[in-house]
Design a protein around this ligand. Structure first.
Ligand SMILES: Nc1nc2c(ncn2[C@@H]2O[C@H](COP(=O)(O)OP(=O)(O)OP(=O)(O)O)[C@@H](O)[C@H]2O)c(=O)[nH]1
Ligand SMILES: [Mg+2]
Length: 458
């Protein structure tokens, strides 16, 4: 099916200890052999062994690199084809030279994701596993990595397969009923369909519930730090980032732009946005900054609303509170080291006790309380459970929702005694949509689109 041999640099561009070039395909060993010189020929090497040697230009005889070559023969390889990995010195120039020689000898430069695509096309992994490989590469936290690893091992695929199997059984049952209606009474079949649909719907619901958490694990919770000037927003950013990321001064209006940083709180990744203090101002630059603060505020999943505990709430803050009522908010009452003037009871009344955290960023007080508040909002303890199957891929979520609505329709139809061959169509749709998740019934263009998200050499 796949005939040519592909090659690419598999490590990131730039300087490093080593860089690896990967070659895959029928001719991988033969092509590599033409540019390799060592004690034995690569064609004589056993599978899954490593050899020291040199890469040379067969035309000029020039020695180009000192390398280690790993030979892995099909089918026990990442792509299920013959794979050769050449480890060179980590400079850009030498790696490029070795790659060019391989291309001259008949390899073709791989497209992004083409190695993983071959693993999929050769049946070593299914589509959701391949997509998990992208997640593995992009994982921003330990936990996101574990979830992706689990998916790449096929945990989601297994659950989808069980579901599809149940639907096939249901379809077979209906088929029998269509062919031999005298064997069954309509009522029994309808009850059976409703029962099976209810089970499948519950299972899909369970997977969809994990979707929100999956997104967070992958992308981080977009968290905006907002409040009026000088309350300690940038101090909070620096405390959570554990470095002097943002400028902190006693001048109100220090921060003028949105400052972004990824941090982890109890293993939960946050995409933290420090913003300009919100107030009326005539300063043009600050006005733009305030505008950006408001945008960050409207897009955030979580808002850390910082107030100065040493002063009563001000008019602008009351307005902000009104906007924040319906959002996910943690109020940070800062400057606890100073005599307190703020209406604490009022804040607790509006946002709830566990959503108001008292801190002194100057004296490093209250940080654990804040961490707890963040963790309790998003995971309510659920993340600690051992099941790491999270649906986090937008394509999967969309397909699950479609399968869900098809099955709901089947249920409704059975309830109102619609002819069962009509119901069969809905169930079949759901079965097909679930199949698309694992790549059982996907188009070539979709496959191309999915694999183009990969980096080169993967
Ligand atoms: N006493 C006391 N001062 C603090 C505390 N936290 C921050 N400050 C001081 O408050 C001032 C303002 O802090 P920033 O972090 O720059 O405040 P900001 O909200 O980012 O201000 P803008 O960027 O101007 O909107 C600085 O002088 C900080 O040292 C605290 O817990 N206690
Ligand atoms: Mg600031």
């Amino acid at each position: 099916m796949i005939e040519d041999t592909i090659a690419a640099i598999a490590t990131p561009m730039g300087e490093g200890g080593i860089a690896v070039i990967r070659v895959s395909g029928d001719e991988a060993v033969a092509i590599s052999d033409r540019v390799y010189r060592g004690k034995t020929k690569l064609t004589d090497m056993e599978s899954h062994t490593v050899r020291y040697g040199f890469i040379h230009n067969p035309k000029t005889g020039e020695r180009v690199e000192e390398v280690l070559v790993t030979i892995m023969r099909a089918p026990k390889t990442f792509t299920r084809e013959d794979v050769v990995e050449i480890s060179c010195h980590g400079g850009f120039v030498s790696v490029k030279k070795v790659l060019d020689l391989l291309l001259e000898q008949g390899a073709r430069i791989a497209e992004p994701g083409e190695f993983t695509k071959r693993a999929f096309l050769n049946g070593r992994i299914d589509l959701s596993q391949a997509e998990a490989v992208i997640d593995l590469i992009r994982a921003k936290s330990d936990r996101a990595f574990k979830v992706a690893l689990k998916q790449s091992e096929g945990s989601l695929s297994r659950q989808i397969k069980v579901l599809r199997h149940q639907l096939v059984e249901l379809m077979a049952h209906i088929e029998v009923n269509i062919d031999y209606p005298e064997h069954d009474v309509e009522e029994m079949t309808n009850a059976f369909i409703k029962d099976k649909c209810t089970n499948a719907l519950a299972e899909i619901d369970r997977l969809l519930v994990t979707a929100q958490q999956g997104k967070i694990l992958r992308e981080g919770i977009t968290t905006a730090i907002v409040g009026r000037p000088n309350v300690g927003k940038s101090s909070l950013m620096n405390t959570l980032a554990q470095e002097e990321k943002a400028i902190v001064t006693e001048i109100a209006g220090t921060t003028r732009d949105v400052i972004e940083e990824y941090v982890h709180v109890n293993g939960i990744p946050l995409k933290l946005l420090d913003t300009a203090g919100i107030r009326e101002t005539t300063d043009l630059v600050e006005q733009i900054g305030v505008e950006r603060s408001r945008n960050a505020l409207s897009e955030a999943d979580l808002i850390l609303f910082v107030v100065n505990g040493a002063e009563p709430l001000q008019q602008g803050e009351h307005e902000l509170i009104e906007q924040l009522r319906e959002r996910q908010v943690i109020v940070i009452v800062n400057k606890l080291d100073l005599p307190q003037e703020i209406e604490l009871n009022y804040l607790v009344e509006v946002f709830g006790d566990e959503r108001v955290v008292r801190m002194s960023l100057l004296e490093n007080q209250g940080i654990t309380d804040l961490e707890k508040a963040i963790a309790s909002i998003f995971f309510s303890g659920q993340l600690e459970s051992g099941d790491l199957t999270y649906v986090s891929n937008v394509r999967h979520i969309h397909l699950l929702k479609q399968a869900h609505s098809a099955l709901s329709e089947a249920y409704e139809a059975a309830e109102s005694f619609v002819p069962i061959d009509m119901i069969q169509i809905d169930i079949r749709n759901a079965w097909e949509q679930l199949g698309e998740i694992i790549g059982d019934s996907v188009s070539d263009s979709l496959i191309d689109q999915i694999f183009s998200q990969f980096c080169l050499g993967k």
